[in-house]
Write a protein that binds this ligand. Structure first.
Ligand code: PBG
Ligand code: ZN
Length: 324
């Protein structure tokens, strides 16, 4: 082992070109997945109050947005739906003519070369805002698996390329894989929200998707924020059930978990930089307290350096513009 004065780590830092040469981590456009919110109506583009630069869009506006996303070189979007009607059963989630299903068909018709991922969960569609079917105050596990599988099938029938279950019910990856295979959709990948914490960072998303629970919280299915070993068990069970890509969510506050999952399983690993992570950077940037663009890049490079192959981020378009 060499030591100072032979060893001088600053030698590679004086010249900016040399710094470029020894840089280890890069963000590439192919790493990016852009979340989009689709709502009923025509010509609707409504900014989400707590998420500057993020909009609820009707299908017609969404199609144009998807063209722009594709033209920026971003390979994929993930769709969230705000339905016309919510009910106890969340029935629009698995309606073949539901908001997301219509959006997928419209995008597929007009935008080539864009991967459509769909979020598979019930909370945007249920009147109570919970991620599954209820009996009293309890979120039923096994009964929910059936509706999630139905939801996933209607997404794929409409043209979705990848389905992404975010509900955190036990056994949902197996249930969805089995349902897809029974309809001969054996080639459609599942990107599972394998390690999803019960996080306060989802606050602004619930404005965007209008999906806040009417009572209680999500702690009976999402993970305790204090647990790391349990994250390994969650990831393993989803891989065993057939997940093709596994996700850790949130991203920035859970870099240790991203690294552990990547090292342990060597799977294609996605990380979701969630609404609260985005909104905090935006807010501090607006106040002039931080350099927004610099912190945006730093947050994303850190997620990549931790081990993420893919990043779901509301900054995707802003980053892609810089990378042009
Ligand atoms: C649906 C879902 C949520 C997010 C993604 N899918 C909300 C939640 O679990 O409450 C959060 C995304 C974000 O905060 O940006 N289950
Ligand atoms: Zn949910």
């Amino acid at each position: 082992m060499t030591h100072f004065p032979i060893l001088r780590l600053r030698r590679l830092r004086y010249n900016p070109r040399i710094r470029d040469m020894v840089r280890e981590t890069y963000i590439h456009k192919n790493d990016l997945i852009y979340p989009l919110f689709v709502c009923p109506g025509n010509g609707v583009k409504k900014e989400v109050k707590s998420m500057p630069g993020v909009y609820q869009m009707s299908v017609d506006v969404l199609v144009e947005e998807c063209k722009e996303v594709r033209d920026l070189g971003i390979p994929a979007v993930i769709l969230f739906g705000i339905p016309e009607h919510k009910d106890e059963m969340g029935s629009e989630a698995y309606d073949p003519h539901g908001i997301v299903q219509r959006a997928i068909r419209a995008i597929k018709k007009e935008v080539k070369d864009l991967v459509i991922i769909t979020d598979v969960c019930m909370c945007e569609y249920t009147s109570h805002g919970h991620c599954g079917l209820l009996k009293g105050d309890e979120i039923l596990n096994d009964e929910t698996l059936e509706v999630l599988a139905k939801e996933a099938i209607t997404h794929v029938e409409a043209g979705a390329d990848i389905v992404a279950p975010s509900d955190m019910m036990d056994g949902r990856v197996a249930a969805i894989r089995k349902a897809l295979d029974s309809k001969s959709y054996t080639k459609t990948p599942i990107m599972s929200y394998a390690v999803k914490y019960a996080s306060g960072y989802y606050g602004p998303f619930r404005d965007a998707a209008e999906s806040a629970p009417a009572f209680g919280d999500r702690r009976s299915h999402q993970m305790d924020i204090a647990n790391g070993d349990e994250a390994m068990r969650e990831a393993k069970s989803d891989i065993d059930e057939g997940a093709d890509i596994i996700m850790v969510k949130p991203a920035g506050p859970y870099l240790d978990i991203i690294r552990r999952v990547k090292t342990e399983f060597q799977m294609p690993t996605a990380a979701y930089q969630v609404s609260g992570e985005y909104s905090m950077i935006k807010a501090a940037g607006k106040l002039g307290w931080i350099d927004e663009e610099r912190i945006m890049m730093e947050s994303l490079i850190s997620i990549k350096r931790a081990g993420a192959d893919l990043i779901l981020t509301y900054f995707a378009k802003d980053v892609a513009k810089i990378l042009v």
